[in-house]
Structure formats: structure tokens, C-alpha cells
Design a protein around this ligand. Structure first.
Ligand SMILES: *Cc1c(COP(=O)(O)O)cnc(C)c1O
Length: 386
């Protein structure tokens, strides 16, 4: 990747997200192999660049969307609504109607009112109920705001049936960047109990959505997709063996794109105040690094200075807002200085999606390794013509 950073700098300025599409393909195929028979719905919000969406569509991936805007992006690429699920449990009514009109028939809910909204604007659709998980072992928990308890989930599935929707099954999200495969086992065992109770009352559920949360390599060791897949398979055998024709779905976001991208930034300033050292970059929490606000830990590399002696810094972004601090304490090379390149490794997910133009500062754009290859081919052709 360092080579491509240098190549990218010949055609663009920092900050940028250098992205390698071949990694996305590799990740998709790894998940396909690890979750046999599953339909994969890429969570578009992780990175919605058209090149990524087109590649995944070509590979046979489906898409989990959160809004009309995401649906429109996919439709513009010729991707049918039949390949989308509407996984956001907090939907605008007009977005539900738009989704329905464009062929989406699969919706997530975790409340009565959401079922009523879907019943009115997307009649007869399939419904899955999101259950809450505790989000432990996740670096970015997603449970406080979403999901409900098992008894309520069961009530909701019956309510959906009463509202002439198709109660399809259960979904959960173990929390983003979850490092413990056992989290999936726990959640599947809860789902199993709901399926069993539903069946006893004459409701045959058939859909299990194991969500996202599959981790990306950052600073801590992570389980492989294969290991997580094995746990999911075991848990299904153990808890859902009685379901005939069980349909398995996953909704990876971070996993699919995280390792495909490096966020490349530059040092704008180094200073020392009250005995503390600060380094300021041309990107910060408003320009791609939003997740560091909750202390999401990237591996940070200062190119060419990997072997230099380290010392402690505050690392901050370029805006006039004091929230714009990336890390309060981080070890960086003592020699770090103006114009050094600082790379956030495996930052392909949830970076450019959060971009703002705050302070009139341009957010990082995406640069594709594939584009750079095309440019170098073009150059070679030109050279050979001369
Ligand atoms: C964000 C989200 C995902 C993807 O989560 P990751 O942790 O990025 O894999 C999946 N499903 C739903 C409903 C989401 O909101």
C-alpha cells in the first residue's frame, strides 16, 4: 500500500482514502465461503461509493439500506430493489413507500408503530424483528438505540401477522467491530427460543439475520471470518435445527470495506504548549475520522518513520473546533514534522461516509488503486506511441 500512496500523491493531494477494490472481492468471497448458503446484504452506510456498490452487485451481493438516498444510489447503478433489505428500524414513511414502489419487500422493525408504518406503506412485505444484544466485546456497540427483548419480539411478530405482513424471522447486531465469535452464539440461542415459541403458537419463522459486526484488523487481534462462520453454523445446528428451509442472512458493513482502504493525511503543524506536544493533520473528526470521537483505535503509521523512536502526542484535526481531537494520547515518532504523511490503516469503512465541509475544508476523497493502475497503463501506452 505504501507504494500506492506515493503513486496517488502524483495525481492528488491529501487527505484521501486510498482504496483497493480487490480486497472487497476477497472479503466477499471469504464470507460466502464461511457462511454457506447465506445471502449477504452489504450495509451500504459503511461506504457507498458507486465503484464499491457496482463491484459487489457484480459479485452477487445484496444490499442493506437505511434511507431513500441509499436506495436511489443503488437504483442509479441498475441494482433492483429485489436485492435490497430496509434494515433501519427508524424509517421515514415516504421512504418506506419509495422502497415498496421500487421492489423492496424486506423490512426490519423493533416496535409496534414501525409495523403499522410498514403495513400501510409496504403492504404484504416480509418483516424481521431486531432483538437487542448487550454489545459487549464490540468496539462500537449498536444496542442501546435499537432492538428489543425476546418476549416483545415475539409479540411484534404476531402483530405483524395481524397487520397482514409476513413475519419472517429475527435479526440482531452484535455490535460493530465485535472481537468475540461467542457473541453470535449467544444471540442465535436467543433467536432460537423465539423461533421455538413462535412455532408452538403456529407461526413458522424462516429467516435468521446475523447482522453485521464482523471485525476488521486494527490494533487488537481479531478472529477470522472462518472462525466466526464455524460458531454461527454450530449455533444454528444447536438452536434452530427444527426450522426447515432456514434462510440465513448477514449484513456486513465494516468487514467488507475496512481493510480495503487507508486514510492518508499530512501534518500541517507541530507545536508544544504547557509541556504537551501536539500534531495537527489535514483531516480530523469532521473529515473522515468521526469514529475516533468514541476512541476507535486505528493503527497510525507515519510513512518512512516506522522505526524512529516514539513519544506521546495529542493528535488533532485542522478545524477551529476543540472537539476535533483524534487521539488524546498517542505514540508517534519523535521526528514527526511538517508535511509528513500520516496513514490510518484499514480505514475503508465509516470514514468518507461521515465527511463534512466544516470550516470550508475539503473532506478526503476516494482514490482507487485500480484507477492508478489505469493511469499507469495509459502512460505506458502514450510512451510507446511516441
Ligand atoms: C450498520 C449496520 C450493519 C453493519 O454493521 P458493521 O458493524 O459495519 O458490519 C448491519 N446491519 C444494520 C442494520 C446496520 O445498521
Amino acid at each position: 500500500m505504501e507504494y500506492w500512496v506515493r503513486r496517488a500523491l502524483e495525481v492528488t493531494k491529501t487527505p484521501f482514502l486510498l482504496f483497493d477494490l480487490s480486497v472487497v472481492e476477497k472479503k466477499f468471497l471469504e464470507m460466502k465461503a464461511a457462511l454457506k448458503g447465506a445471502d449477504i446484504y452489504y450495509a451500504v452506510k459503511a461506504n457507498s461509493h458507486p465503484r464499491i456498490l457496482s463491484l459487489l452487485a457484480k459479485l452477487g451481493c445484496n444490499f442493506d439500506v437505511a434511507s431513500k438516498g441509499e436506495i436511489e444510489k443503488l437504483l442509479a447503478l441498475g441494482i433492483s430493489g429485489k436485492r435490497m433489505s430496509f434494515g433501519n428500524t427508524i424509517k421515514k414513511e415516504e421512504d418506506i413507500a419509495f422502497a415498496y414502489k421500487n421492489g423492496i419487500r424486506l423490512f426490519a422493525v423493533d416496535s409496534e408503530m414501525e409495523i403499522e408504518k410498514v403495513a400501510i406503506s409496504a403492504p404484504g412485505s416480509r418483516i424481521f424483528v431486531r432483538i437487542a444484544t448487550d454489545g459487549s466485546d464490540a468496539d462500537w456497540p449498536l444496542s442501546r438505540k435499537f432492538g428489543t427483548d425476546p418476549d416483545h419480539a415475539l409479540d411484534l411478530l404476531f402483530y405483524a401477522a395481524k397487520m397482514k405482513l409476513i413475519p419472517a424471522g429475527v435479526s440482531f447486531h452484535v455490535g460493530s467491530q465485535n472481537l468475540n465469535p461467542e457473541s453470535w452464539r449467544k444471540a442465535i440461542s436467543v433467536a432460537g427460543k423465539i423461533f421455538k415459541k413462535a412455532m408452538r403458537s403456529g407461526l413458522n419463522l424462516f429467516l435468521l439475520n446475523v447482522g453485521g459486526g464482523f471485525p476488521v484488523q486494527h490494533r487488537k487481534p481479531i478472529p477470522t471470518m472462518e472462525e466466526i462462520g464455524r460458531v454461527i453454523e454450530e449455533a444454528i445446528d444447536e438452536n434452530l435445527w427444527f426450522v426447515h428451509g432456514l434462510k440465513l442472512i448477514s449484513e456486513p458493513g465494516r468487514y467488507m470495506v475496512g481493510e480495503a482502504g487507508w486514510l492518508v493525511t499530512k501534518v500541517l503543524l507541530k507545536s508544544e504548549r504547557n509541556g504537551e506536544k501536539w500534531v495537527y493533520l489535514d483531516a480530523g473528526v469532521f473529515h473522515g475520522l468521526a469514529e475516533t470521537m468514541q476512541n476507535f483505535e486505528y493503527e497510525v503509521r507515519v510513512l518512512g518513520k516506522e522505526n524512529d523512536e516514539l513519544e506521546e502526542y495529542h493528535l488533532a484535526g485542522p478545524t477551529c473546533d476543540s472537539v476535533d481531537v483524534i487521539y488524546d494520547r498517542i505514540l508517534l515518532p519523535k521526528t514527526i514534522t511538517l508535511n509528513d504523511l500520516v496513514c490510518f490503516v484499514n480505514a475503508g469503512a465509516y470514514t468518507v461516509e461521515y465527511n463534512t465541509y466544516f470550516n470550508g475544508i475539503e473532506p478526503p476523497k476516494m482514490v482507487f488503486v485500480e484507477e492508478l493502475t489505469e493511469i499507469s497503463l495509459e502512460e505506458k501506452m502514450k510512451a510507446s506511441l511516441l
